[in-house]
Write a protein that binds this ligand. Structure first.
Ligand code: FE2
Ligand code: FE2
Length: 297
């Protein structure tokens, strides 16, 4: 990946996080505010005046009040600091959140490198999980927690032997047992970090079934954290619709039926209903990713 692409990706991530925070504050994101955000984050302005001049070159109808209001909003959420207007920088809290997210993505890339067959799986599962959290209307902090846990849900596969992980054909009973250890290995890895240990239970239970017939704990229903119940469905959607070393991808219609058939058995029926009722929106994530993989830029 080129340096420009990395910088572009970083800016987009920052922008998304800033937008999420602004919305959380009840701020309506108008076309002008979005444009101002682009100017402030991308054009390295040195002062309020410069922001105003650059913004008015994009939209001559913009007023100074709109510009100042936006600068104040960004300052309120810690996205920029005006202590010294000659340098607009991110507040430490936001910068920390961005760094945290980037570190998580680095860790999951390590798993992708070991298991190229499922590369991108964690990213797609976390994108879908975030959409489901939004549909259900979970609190912002729970959404973030589940999104990060979804990025890391299979991290324990690092501890599964390559011969098992990449085996073409059916696993023996012994091999399957070794594969089944990945949720516990993942939970153990996360337990080493104070910050990440709050995600351990979600990762530990992402292969539990709603009827209690899953693994490793055999817990059922509401005993399984909501994050693990959400990830279980998203994990299945991605697994069913992806090529595996032992079979070809199934289509989305087949996948829909599989999920529906297993509501109350494998999957939480309430979460599952949200997913099925918003099917196109949820699978748009997988589709976009699949298209990207088919036609790399
Ligand atoms: Fe898994
Ligand atoms: Fe998975």
């Amino acid at each position: 990946m080129s340096k420009d692409t990395v910088n572009f990706h970083r800016t987009q991530m920052k922008k998304e996080m800033v937008l999420t925070k602004l919305r959380k504050q009840g701020c309506r994101i108008t076309r002008q505010r979005r444009m101002l955000l682009d100017v402030i984050l991308e054009e390295e302005c040195a002062s309020c005046k410069e922001i105003y001049y650059k913004a008015s070159s994009h939209d001559p109808t913009i007023g100074t009040a709109t510009v100042y209001r936006m600068i104040n909003l960004l300052e309120d959420i810690g996205a920029i600091s005006r202590k010294n207007m000659y340098r607009i920088s991110y507040g430490t809290k936001l910068e920390n959140e961005i760094n945290y997210h980037e570190i998580i993505e680095c860790i999951t890339c390590a798993l992708d490198a070991k298991d190229p067959y499922t590369a991108g799986h964690s990213q797609r599962v976390s994108d879908m999980a975030l959409k489901v959290c939004e549909l259900i209307g979970l609190k912002e902090e729970d959404k973030e927690k589940i999104h990060i846990a979804a990025h890391l849900h299979d991290i324990g596969k690092i501890g599964v032997p390559d011969a098992v992980l990449n085996k073409e054909g059916k696993l023996t009973e012994e091999e399957f047992e070794s594969m089944k250890r990945h949720p516990a290995i993942g939970a153990d890895i996360l337990g080493k970090s104070h910050k990440l240990s709050e995600l351990s239970d979600i990762v530990l239970m992402h292969h539990e079934r709603f009827d209690g017939k899953g693994y490793p704990t055999g817990k059922a229903g509401a005993e399984i954290p909501i994050g693990a119940r959400i990830i279980a469905i998203c994990d299945s959607i991605d697994a069913i619709t992806s090529n595996r070393c032992y079979r070809k991808a199934h289509d989305f219609a087949y996948c829909y039926e599989e999920i529906e058939k297993n509501l109350g058995k494998m999957y939480d029926p309430v979460v599952g209903r949200y997913v099925l009722d918003n099917w196109d929106e949820i699978i748009s994530v997988v589709r976009r990713e699949t298209e990207k993989r088919a036609f790399p830029a």
